[in-house]
Design a protein around this ligand. Structure first.
Ligand SMILES: *[C@@H]1O[C@H](CO)[C@@H](O)[C@H](O)[C@H]1NC(C)=O
Ligand SMILES: *[C@@H]1O[C@H](CO)[C@@H](O)[C@H](O)[C@H]1NC(C)=O
Length: 438
C-alpha cells in the first residue's frame, strides 16, 4: 500500500465515549453514534453518512466511522503517517467486540503511549499472498515475493528450471527452487559445484590387483610380466609359460607365479636358464669311488672302474695296458695287448655319427693294419670305418637310448706280408649311453 505523507482531510470525530465493561447483559443503552441491536445483543455503529442528511458539506465526502463519521475531500484516500500518531482517541467501546476503532493509518495499530505500530501482516495472517509466495512484512504493509529459484508467472510462483541454462558441466538435476550438478562416473564435483574433475581412482583404492593407471574419467589395470589381465579387467592371472612351448627348457619347465624356471635331472646343473649341463662328479669330488677304483664321469652320473683291470691271462704292464704273455698258450688266440678306454654318449644321437677315433700308437714297419670290432656289438649298433693304415673311426650306426653300457673290443690286426708275421692289439672301449639326449 502506498504511503502518503501529506494528509488532506478534516477530521470530524463524534467519538464514542469510553465505557467500562457492561454490568449487565440487558443493558440496552449505547453511546452516541451507536444503537442497540436486539438481534445481536450488541451496540452497533450508526452509519451517519446514511442517517444524517448532508452530513458533510460542500465537496467533502462522508466516511462512516465507528461511533461517528469523517468528512474527507473526495480526492482523499485513507492514509497513514506519523503525523497522525498524535491523534487523540479513546479506546474502542468494550461493547463493540467485533468492531474496534483504529485511529492509526492502515497497516498500523495502536501501541503503547498513544503510538501506532506496524502490523506484521505476515505473522498475523492478514496477507493475501499465494501459498507459493513468501510474505515479506514492510512498514505499514507487506509484499508477496517468490522464493529464490522461483519466478512469478501470473499470481503463482513457478520453479525456475535452472538446468535449461546449462549451469552444470555434466548433468543437472532440477529440484523445486534449486538445482544440483552431478558428474559422470569417474568424475567428481569441483569446488564450484558445477564443473566436474577427474577422479584418480588409483589413489582411491581402485581394484587393480597389480598396476593401476589413471586415465581421464576412468582407470585401467595392468599386470606385471608373467601375468595376464583377467576377464574382469582387475585381476592378474599367472601365465603358464610352460604350456606355451615344450622347447622353453631343455629338460623340464616349472611354472611359478609370474615366471617359469627350468629344472635339470639329477647329475645335471642348469647352464644359463634353460640348458642342462652334466656335472663332472669326478672333478667335483662328489663321487664315492673307493681308493682301488677310478672315477669315470658319464652323462648324468659317474662310474667307478677297477684301477687294476687286467684279467687273466693278461697282466698289467702300465696304468691301463694289459699284455697277454706269449709264453701262455691261451694267449695265442688273443690280442697281445689290451688298452682300456671309457667314453660316454647321450641318448638318441642322430645316426650315423662318428663317436671314437682309433689311432695306432705303435706300428711295425712295413705292416699293414686293419681294424675291426672283435666283440661287444651283438646287435650291430656300431661299425668301423677305416681312415688309413693307422687310424679308424668307430661309428654309431643305430639310434640308442640309455641308460645303456657297451663294452667293445676294437682290434687292430697288423700284417707284414713280407715277414709272414701277424699280430693284434685291442682297445677295450666302454661306451656309456646316458639317460638323456643332453
Ligand atoms: C557446494 O556445495 C556444498 C554442499 O552443498 C556447499 O557447502 C558449498 O558451499 C558449495 N560451494 C559453492 C562454491 O557453491
Ligand atoms: C702302414 O704304415 C706303416 C707306418 O707308417 C708303414 O711302415 C707301412 O708301410 C704302411 N703299410 C702300407 C701297406 O701302407
Amino acid at each position: 500500500m502506498k504511503l502518503v505523507s501529506c494528509l488532506l482531510f478534516t477530521l470530524v470525530l463524534h467519538a464514542a465515549i469510553s465505557q467500562e465493561a457492561s454490568e449487565s447483559d440487558t443493558y440496552m443503552e449505547c453511546t452516541e453514534g451507536y444503537h442497540w441491536d436486539p438481534h445481536t445483543q450488541h451496540c452497533k455503529d450508526v452509519n451517519e453518512c446514511e442517517t444524517i442528511p448532508d452530513a458533510c458539506k460542500g465537496e467533502m465526502k462522508c466516511f462512516n466511522h465507528y461511533g461517528g463519521y469523517l468528512c474527507l475531500p473526495r480526492s482523499a484516500s485513507v492514509v497513514s503517517s506519523n503525523e497522525v500518531m498524535g491523534v487523540d482517541f479513546q479506546g474502542p467501546s468494550s461493547r463493540t467486540e467485533s468492531e474496534t476503532y483504529n485511529p492509526c493509518p492502515h497497516g498500523y495499530e495502536p501501541g503503547l503511549h498513544d503510538t501506532c505500530v506496524d502490523v506484521d501482516e505476515c505473522e498475523q495472517d492478514l496477507h493475501d499472498c499465494q501459498p507459493s509466495q513468501q510474505c515479506i512484512n514492510t512498514a505499514g504493509s507487506f509484499t508477496c515475493r517468490c522464493p529464490d529459484g522461483y519466478r512469478k508467472i501470473g499470481t503463482e510462483c513457478v520453479d525456475i528450471d535452472e538446468c535449461r541454462y546449462r549451469y552444470c558441466q555434466h548433468r543437472c538435476v532440477n529440484s523445486p527452487g534449486s538445482f544440483s550438478c552431478q558428474c559422470e562416473p569417474g568424475f567428481q564435483l569441483a569446488g564450484n559445484n558445477r564443473s566436474c574433475v577427474d577422479v584418480n581412482e588409483c589413489d582411491m583404492g581402485a581394484p587393480c590387483q597389480q598396476r593401476c593407471y589413471n586415465t581421464y574419467g576412468t582407470f585401467i589395470c595392468r599386470c606385471d610380466q608373467g601375468y595376464e589381465l583377467g576377464q574382469d579387467g582387475f585381476a592378474c592371472n599367472d601365465i603358464d609359460e610352460c604350456s606355451y612351448s615344450s622347447y622353453l627348457c631343455q629338460h623340464q619347465c616349472v611354472n611359478e607365479p609370474g615366471r617359469f624356471i627350468c629344472t635339470c635331472p639329477e647329475g645335471y646343473q642348469l647352464l644359463g636358464t634353460r640348458q642342462c649341463q652334466d656335472i663332472n662328479e669326478c672333478e667335483t669330488n662328489a663321487h664315492q669311488c673307493p681308493e682301488s677304483q677310478t672315477c669315470v664321469n658319464i652323462h648324468g652320473g659317474y662310474q667307478c672302474v677297477d684301477t687294476n683291470r687286467c684279467q687273466e691271462p693278461y697282466v698289467q704292464v702300465s696304468d691301463n695296458r694289459c699284455v697277454c704273455p706269449v709264453v701262455k698258450p691261451e694267449c695265442r688266440e688273443l690280442p697281445f695287448s689290451i688298452v682300456h678306454r671309457y667314453m660316454s654318449i647321450t641318448s638318441d644321437r642322430p645316426v650315423p655319427s662318428d663317436i671314437f677315433q682309433i689311432q695306432a700308437t705303435s706300428v711295425y714297419p712295413g705292416a699293414y693294419n686293419t681294424f675291426r670290432i672283435r666283440s661287444g656289438d651283438e646287435h650291430g649298433e656300431f661299425y668301423i670305418r677305416q681312415i688309413n693304415n693307422i687310424s679308424a673311426m668307430l661309428v654309431l650306426a643305430r639310434p640308442v637310448t640309455g641308460p645303456k653300457e657297451y663294452v667293445l673290443d676294437l682290434e687292430m690286426v697288423s700284417v707284414n706280408p713280407l715277414m709272414s708275421y701277424q699280430t693284434s692289439s685291442a682297445l677295450r672301449l666302454t661306451v656309456y649311453v646316458g639317460p638323456h639326449a643332453f
